[in-house]
Design a protein around this ligand. Structure first.
Ligand code: MRU
Length: 339
């Protein structure tokens, strides 16, 4: 398959997910036939990135209900699918936003439509979310490029591009837009241990787009900032509280704190669906803890002494007052935030 779309849907109604664990060395598409396949793929990081998790989950619900033979069975399968998907990754609020969107759509049409049309409506939910995300990414890109005008040396963390949203990306979408405007000199890419979303996925996308980049270790920002090599840091988000406190890939908080110390602009880019208006602050954000093996091993190879213990928070929490701007498809919000 050409390009690197993270989801491919064939006319035959077959669904494929680009296995992001294998990138960049292999471009392998995995076929998913059932909601259980999708739950497994999300849990095991075949797909990742908050918005893409949401879109994939919406397609997962469809796979869970498409064989229903009665409305009762449809409802039963719908609830089961939503339950299974909602347990996959706790921090990315876009997952719950997407599942809610499917549920609300079905609630609206359940009495009005026959079974066959309800199934079609469910299928359309994933496509609607995907299309909306593409437009949101483009808007975020434009707002971000405007806000960051003149800043040519950017540091980014994790992967927030096409592989994380299905569009041009959020933080990476801003970088791509700035590059198109001739505004990028260099992108510093945190490798992003333990999954190496930076070294593997962001570097892959930047290479595909012809954008100049250098991969740095996750502990490099202090040195780069001290040397005056970075003009701005742009990251994504998995959940933003009403007051602007933000959960994002582990390491983000350290970047934000160091940016403040060095007077470097620190920006979060995310669609409005990443804002959780039900929670006041970072104290209410659930943070996923993943397997110790991800830390003890690198690319599946044990590097720590056998039986070592490890602690693997997948995300960390950044206080709103460390974030200069939060950029969504609606525009540029600046501290203090009141979502
Ligand atoms: O564990 P991941 O790879 O799903 O974490 C991804 C991130 O932390 C991203 O920064 C975030 O989801 C935003 S993606 C546009």
């Amino acid at each position: 398959m050409d390009g690197y779309s993270p989801i491919v849907v064939k006319d035959s109604d077959e669904f494929f997910l680009l296995d992001q664990r294998k990138l960049p060395s292999e471009k392998l598409y995995l076929r998913v036939d059932t909601v259980e396949d999708v739950c497994k793929a999300i849990k095991e990081m075949v797909v990742r990135g908050a918005p893409l998790i949401g879109i994939t989950a919406a397609f997962g619900v469809y796979l869970g209900i498409r064989d229903a033979e009665s409305k009762d069975e449809f409802l039963n399968k719908l609830n089961k699918s939503i339950k299974c998907l909602s347990k996959t990754r706790p921090t990315a609020v876009n997952l719950f936003f997407a599942l809610d969107y499917v549920k609300k759509t079905i609630d609206e049409f359940f009495e009005l439509l026959p079974l066959e049309k309800l199934i079609k409506k469910t299928r359309a939910c994933g496509f609607n979310l995907w299309e909306e995300q593409k437009a949101q990414d483009r808007a975020i890109g434009e707002f971000g490029a405007g806000f960051l005008k003149g800043k040519k040396r950017i540091l980014t963390h994790c992967n927030t591009g096409t592989l994380a949203t299905g569009g041009i990306g959020t933080a990476l979408g801003i970088i791509k837009t700035m590059f198109k405007n001739g505004e990028i000199e260099i992108v510093y890419v945190d490798e992003t241990r333990p999954y190496l979303q930076g070294a593997r996925l962001t570097a892959f996308e930047l290479k595909e787009e012809g954008i100049p980049y250098k991969i740095i270790t996750d502990n490099s920002c202090g040195m780069l900032f001290r040397k005056g090599l970075v003009d701005a840091v742009i990251v994504g988000a998995d959940r933003i509280a009403r007051n602007g406190d933000t959960a994002n890939k582990i390491g983000t908080y350290c970047l934000a704190a160091m940016s403040k110390r060095h007077g470097i602009t620190f920006v979060v880019a995310a669609p409005e669906s990443t804002i959780d208006r039900n929670i006041e602050s970072l104290n209410e954000i659930p943070v996923e803890e993943r397997s110790k093996d991800e830390v003890l091993k690198i690319a599946g190879i044990q590097v720590a002494p056998k039986e070592s213990d490890a602690l693997n928070f997948s995300f960390d929490l950044t206080d709103a007052n460390l974030i200069d701007a939060i950029i969504t498809e609606k525009g540029v919000y600046q501290y203090p935030y009141e979502f």
